[in-house]
Design a binder for this molecule. Structure first.
Ligand SMILES: NC(=O)c1ccc[n+]([C@@H]2O[C@H](COP(=O)([O-])OP(=O)(O)OC[C@H]3O[C@@H](n4cnc5c(N)ncnc54)[C@H](O)[C@@H]3O)[C@@H](O)[C@H]2O)c1
Length: 324
């Protein structure tokens, strides 16, 4: 593409993937990286010594050439950093969750609209070819009427001190479920458990009820012996399962279910079919989408409004957790 200079703020565990991907896609158009921790410079240098680095964010805010900035700092810093960037005229791709409350997210969305800038949220799975394939199967009627979706996102993961597991893991699942249902839930209930640190849930179970009798649940935990990322989508004609942690058969179609014949529910059973999907990295697709939206004045699939819808569901779930 090569028409826009790019910056990345926050080069930690996830941010460095953004740096590596942006350098692969855009080469020297990735002009600037910034992180308050100067040790990040070493990691950036390993990718390319030509990327400028500063521990002072203002260097990116004031660089007139940099028009697109990816923010991958901890969630509690997203609002302030994104606001400053938008006010400095930069288009922003901010990692999930967009902010820690929907009022702040709405404020960011308003600034972006007023300034005519792209504001995009890193709901990565909405750029995952397997998720897009499930959406395609839903849209073309292959699954029939959607009935139930559940997502397990489990790992002995990075324990956060500022946010609980719901805010750390569940934005992905909620964004996918709302994308597949094409709506926001009518009802949200949630429960959770605290073991490791005071007042921070290590595991939560969120139940979502949508219109047309569509139900879903999200089970997330960073206190789990192995990594499991399993998404199960049940329709009244067939079912799909996506397990990114598997080596093969990551996406399966099961033509299973029940058919009512003369008032009796007859079981339909079959072996699964493995479904192929494009293996391009979702982060590459996400970054390319960001730059394309800037270049062609388009609205991102995961724009500020989408970020707000996910955040509002998180807030409703968090409100339920406080009752526990
Ligand atoms: N989309 C995904 O799949 C995905 C996966 C993991 C993490 N994330 C998100 O990415 C973000 C970063 O997560 P992480 O795991 O890399 O965290 P991290 O703690 O490993 O890295 C954060 C980095 O930001 C830097 N930083 C902190 N405050 C800063 C500031 N004010 N200015 C500049 N730099 C600052 C830190 O020094 C650190 O290097 C979070 O929002 C997280 O939710 C997204």
């Amino acid at each position: 593409m090569g028409k826009i200079k790019i910056g990345v703020i926050g080069c930690g565990k996830w941010g460095i993937n953004h740096v590596r991907t942006a350098y692969k896609l855009f080469g020297d158009d990735l002009k600037y990286c910034s992180d308050t921790n100067e040790e990040s410079l070493l990691r950036v240098n390993e990718i390319s010594g030509r990327i400028k680095f500063s521990t002072d964010l203002k260097d990116i805010f004031t660089d007139a050439e940099v028009k697109a900035v990816i923010v991958s700092t901890p969630a509690e810093t997203h609002f302030e950093i994104t606001k400053e960037l938008l006010l400095a005229g930069k288009n922003v791709l901010v990692e999930k969750p967009i902010t820690l409350n929907s009022d702040e997210a709405k404020a960011l969305n308003d600034i972006a609209s007023e300034e005519g800038l792209v504001l995009m949220v890193g709901h990565l799975l909405l750029y995952h070819p397997a998720i897009l394939k499930i959406r395609e199967y839903l849209d073309n009627g292959e699954l029939g009427n959607l009935q139930y979706i559940y997502s397990n996102r489990l790992n002995l993961g990075t324990i956060r001190t500022e946010e609980n597991i719901l805010w750390s893991f569940a934005p992905h699942d909620i964004s996918v479920i709302q994308f597949l249902t094409g709506s926001v839930p009518e009802e949200v209930t949630a429960t959770g458990a605290i073991f490791v640190q005071p007042n921070i849930q290590d595991t939560t179970l969120t139940y979502l009820k949508f219109k047309n009798n569509v139900h879903a649940h999200v089970f997330v935990s960073w206190l789990h012996p192995f990594k499991e990322q399993r998404l199960v989508v049940i329709g009244d004609k067939s079912m799909m399962v996506f397990e990114d942690t598997l080596k093969e058969n990551k996406l399966k179609l099961y033509r299973k279910g029940f058919e009512m014949v003369n008032g009796i529910a007859l079981k339909m059973d079959a072996e699964f079919e493995s479904i192929e999907f494009d293996k391009t990295s979702p982060l590459e697709i996400e970054q390319e989408h960001f730059i394309n939206c800037i270049l062609h004045d388009k609205t991102p699939r995961t724009d500020g409004h989408n970020g707000i819808e996910v955040l509002e569901t998180l807030e409703r779930a968090q409100h339920e957790l406080l009752k526990v």
